[in-house]
Structure formats: C-alpha cells, structure tokens
Design a protein around this ligand. Structure first.
Ligand SMILES: [Zn+2]
Ligand SMILES: [Zn+2]
Length: 381
C-alpha cells in the first residue's frame, strides 16, 4: 500500500463549535470525544456532528463484538500455535503475530474502522483515539497489512506526542529498516518506552539506504528540529538575560518557551543554563539527516525550500519512482504542515543546507588536491 498523500486533516482543540478553550467543556454524551462550551453550542453543532457520532458509536459496537468473539476463539483453541498455560489475556499469547491466525482479521478490520470513525469526528480527542488504535493495530499485526505505519509519524507529532513518536520511530527502524527487504522483523519486541531522544540513531546504516524511506527520515528530522529549536530558544533567553533581566522573571518565562512536551516535562532541562552541548549534538544529527535525505532523494530539499505554492501534489494513485521529484513532492505534502508551522524550522533548514553545501565544497577541494576525505574504503575481493 503506498503511503497516504497530504498532511493529517486539522482538528479542533476547544469547543467543537466555536473553538473556545475553557476548562469546563461538556463532552458529547454519546462519543465523549467531542467537546462543547455550552449545551447551546452542542445543539447548534448537532446537525454536523450527529451522523459522525453515530458512525463512531456503531463502529465502537462492532469493535467490541469482534474483540469478544476473538477472545473466546483464542481462549477456546489451545492448539500448537497458541502456546502457554491459560493466560489471563488471550491476546497476549499471540503477541505481535496476529497475521498468523486468519480469525484475527475481522477484529483488526473493526479496529481500523473505529480508528477512522474517531478521526472523522475532527476533534483532538478523536485524533488521539485514532492514534492509539493505530499503534495497537501495529503492535498486534507486525506486517501491517493496512499500512497504518505510514500515517503514524505526523499524526503523533501533530498531537504533540513527541516521546511516543520517538519510541515509534526507533522501533520502526529496528523492525523495518534493519529487516530484510522481504518484510518487517516480527520477532522484534514492541517499542520500548522513553527512549533517549538525543541519542544517535544509526542513520548511516546501509540498511536504511536499502529501505530508502525518505518519509521516515524527514519525520525523524521533524522531532530533532523541534528539540533543537526549543533548546536554542531556551539558551537565547539565558544568554540575553545576563545582568539585564531579574532571574525570577527568566525562570518564569522558561515554561512558556518549549514547543516539545519532552523538554517542557523535564524540569532539569527546562531550567538548565547551558544547553550548548546538546545543541551541538542536535545540529550535527540534523546535518546528518539532511545529507541522508538528500542522498535518497536529490529533489527533496529543493521542493521543501520552494515552499507551499510550487508543490503540486501528484494524485493519490500516482506511481512514482524512489528518488524522483514526484516522491519528493509527495513527502513534502505530508510534512509541510508540520515544518511550516514550527517557528524557525524553515530558516534552520536553510542554515543546515548552507553548512552542508560549504562542507561538501571543502571536501571537493580536498579530493581535487588528492588528499584523503574520509576513512579508506574497504574493497571486497
Ligand atoms: Zn462554543
Ligand atoms: Zn458525539
């Protein structure tokens, strides 16, 4: 299944009718995933919401019925494929191997339909629900017959679920990029929680090139970029404040600076006065990702920096080759909303491009002079 075109559709955060962000929002009593500031606004929205709400609640009913059916089937059939002694959760026995049991199909389909019905509600809570179902589908069904893995990156990033995105991206690399081209490594344990977002990923691995996934590298860069810009902004406040702004005021400003929940939730990092080390590491990682993406698709950064107007998306059915301009435009269509809404991200990409271009000009000079550019290349006999 080809990756989907276009960014995830927008969603409402406050009142579903007027957008007002109040603490005491009333949830729709049926789906509970759409909120209103007053009963009056709920009534005004009813015509639009009720068909979607009905679709969601019936999808939920189907999902529960299929789940119970599959549970009793798994509990009843203690055949060779289902090992273990009467586990409390029959789903746990199958772990990530739902694809080995055909009877799981109606359950997975019902769960996917429920995720789509939740998405169509158009609210933040609905989108969160969609995400959770997608992650569970992927957890159960490693080969990912529905292709939900392509939807997850920007969905998680746009919801601000940054740590989950990172854990997911990390797992994705291990399960997919490092697996043979035939399919994902289904033996790979499900994603570990709370991976270190500053760690080095093995993005120079030839396996990643083999898989040629520009999409994943770009979304990965999306998170690293958010962290980089957050730390630079925090450092900027610290540096500018020296002797000029009362310390208490700077400390009070800090929680309003980061865009990433990861940094916001880390008190030590939030109030740290020296981020230069981390900024340096992230800048290096961003450059590396930039180069990697450029190698996989030489058109991508041009399309990215040309911006929104020039990028006309190919149709959803369009077939394109890896590394083609069409692929670049398609990936850009998915990441555009995220990067262009992140203050400073596009300028940071321009700066990285300048650095990378300068570096490659220097290494070209060196190679012309016959000086070694990198480690010696081992030649296979
Ligand atoms: Zn309202
Ligand atoms: Zn509802």
């Amino acid at each position: 299944m080809p990756p989907p075109s276009g960014p995830p559709p927008p969603f409402t955060e406050g009142c579903h009718r007027c957008g007002k962000p109040t603490d005491s929002l009333l949830p729709c009593p049926d789906c509970k995933l759409v909120l209103y500031c007053t009963a009056h606004h709920r009534t005004l929205d009813a015509r639009k919401h009720l068909p979607l709400c009905f679709a969601y609640t019936s999808a939920y009913g189907t999902y529960i019925a299929e789940r119970d059916k599959l549970r009793s089937f798994l509990a009843a059939s203690r055949t060779g494929m289902i090992r273990g002694d009467s586990p409390r959760d029959p789903f746990a026995v199958l772990a990530r191997a739902f694809h080995t049991v055909p009877e799981t199909k109606p359950y997975l389909c019902a769960r996917r339909d429920l995720a789509h019905a939740a998405r169509d509600l158009g609210s933040r809570a609905g989108r969160d629900e969609q995400c959770t179902h997608y992650l569970e589908i992927l957890r159960h069904d490693a080969p990912d017959a529905f292709g939900v893995r392509f939807h997850l990156p920007y969905l998680l990033l746009s919801l601000g679920r940054d740590q989950e995105f990172y854990d997911y991206a990390r797992w994705w690399y291990l399960a997919y990029a490092y697996a043979a081209t035939g399919g994902p490594n289904v033996e790979m344990p499900w994603m570990e929680k709370d991976g270190d977002v500053f760690e080095e990923m093995h993005i120079n691995s030839p396996a990643v090139e083999l898989w040629e996934d520009v999409d994943m590298l770009v979304s990965f860069m999306g998170l690293k970029m958010k962290l980089f810009l957050d730390l630079k902004a925090l450092q900027g406040v610290t540096d500018a404040a020296v002797d000029r702004v009362p310390r208490g005021m700077v400390e009070a400003m800090r929680p309003h600076i980061p865009k990433s929940a990861i940094i916001l939730g880390d008190k030590k990092m939030l109030h740290c006065e020296d981020h230069s080390g981390r900024i340096k590491v992230l800048r290096w990682q961003l450059r590396d990702l930039y180069r990697q993406i450029d190698e996989l698709n030489e058109h991508f950064w041009t399309v990215f920096l040309e911006g929104r107007e020039s990028a006309v998306r190919p149709s959803a059915q369009a077939r394109y080759g890896l590394g083609s301009r069409e692929e670049a435009v398609d990936v850009f269509g998915r990441c555009r909303g995220y990067f262009y809404a992140l203050p400073g991200a596009v300028d940071a990409v321009k700066e990285i491009k300048k650095d990378v271009d300068e570096e490659s000009a220097i290494s070209d000079d060196e190679s012309e002079r016959g000086e070694p550019v990198g480690p010696p290349v081992k030649v296979e006999p």
